[in-house]
Design a binder for this molecule. Structure first.
Ligand code: NAD
Ligand code: FES
Length: 293
């Protein structure tokens, strides 16, 4: 069992939990995720790791209550436990493996949208701990939906906060701030965008025009999280990929976002899943590593 040692409501319907999960905390890296279950029959909920403390043996997760599973999860209190806390899953962010001296030469721009601010945080924190100050744009619909601003401020080089309605910080969507930064003469070698699918799509359309390589972190529907079920299928370039084992991070300029968003909608209903099965055939693709693609 995985005990919740801290619970905080960050803003309406968005919660932070610090959970005892020694084995996950020992080996996880920025960019990876966990799948949690409240009981043996419960829904499997994938969540990107927001922070980890190897000494304490804890993992911090941030989630928004969107469906029945996350609503039940929000009812859990400090002292309660998760039945399962499986991870770390997926591949760590690319930069974790890069030569540090080469990485230090790069100017990196992070673009975090809404709840996507949570998975951006451990990446910026990791870079900061290795002497790299990345610039960060955090976008939220409105002031009350902004999360982790202070935490991000502590680890970012420059932090640019923007709200769609102009109620706090700059005004407009994250794409407007990217345009402003470039117009002000800033240059970036790479952009990392994490947030709602529609945000990542439009950030990628813009950064393609700007010739700025862009990494996105996809969180499509996931079921098993081990490459077996096919739920998280995405097309990247001309290849079928599975976000849980091949990602969750991909070259944003190669991701077929329209297909990913359509699948996300269709996977919600039994009818939609049946249509996908006809369209895609057997979604099992060998992601388990035991057979060929
Ligand atoms: P949101 O809808 O409030 O959007 C956040 C920001 O994204 C906005 O403030 C805006 O700046 C930007 N944005 C949105 N639409 C845009 C567009 N068309 N063009 C340019 N910028 C745009 O975000 P939210 O309500 O927090 O999002 C929730 C969604 O994010 C859920 O669907 C969830 O699954 C997803 N999410 C994704 C990840 C991930 O790893 N990719 C992590 C957490 C949540
Ligand atoms: Fe099943 Fe990725 S969640 S293949």
């Amino acid at each position: 069992m995985y005990k919740i040692i801290k619970k905080r409501e960050l803003t309406t319907n968005i919660y932070l939990m610090e959970v005892e999960a020694k084995r996950v905390a020992k080996s996880c890296e920025p960019g990876q995720f966990v799948i949690v279950r409240m009981d043996s029959e419960g829904e499997r909920i994938p969540l990107t790791i927001c922070d980890y403390d190897r000494e304490k043996g804890t993992i911090t997760i941030v989630f928004q209550t969107v469906g029945a599973g996350t609503k039940l999860m929000a009812d859990l209190q400090e002292g309660d436990s998760f039945h399962d806390f499986v991870g770390p899953l997926g591949c760590p962010s690319e930069f974790v493996k890069e030569d540090l001296e080469e990485l230090k030469k790069k100017k990196i721009l992070f673009v975090a949208g809404g709840v996507g601010t949570a998975p951006v945080y451990p990446q910026v924190k990791w870079l900061n701990a290795h002497g790299i100050a990345a610039d960060v744009i955090v976008g939220a619909k409105t002031k009350d939906l902004l999360i982790l601003e202070k935490e991000m401020e502590a680890v970012a080089g420059n932090l640019y906060v923007t709200t769609d309605d102009g109620s706090y910080g700059r005004s407009g969507m994250v794409t407007q701030t990217i345009k402003d930064l470039i117009a002000d003469g800033n240059q970036y070698d790479v952009c990392v965008a994490i947030g709602p699918m529609i945000m990542m799509k439009f950030v990628c359309l813009l950064t393609k025009e700007l010739n700025m390589p862009t990494i996105v972190s996809l969180n499509p529907i996931m079921v098993d999280g081990t490459g077996m079920c096919g739920a998280c299928r995405v097309t990247v370039g001309d290849k079928v990929k599975f976000a849980c084992v091949d990602g969750p991070e991909f070259d944003g300029h190669a991701v077929n976002f329209d297909e990913a968003m359509r699948r996300q909608q269709m996977y919600k209903t039994a009818e939609g899943r049946a249509v996908l099965k006809i369209e895609e055939g057997d979604t099992h693709h060998g992601g388990c590593g035991n057979c060929n693609d």
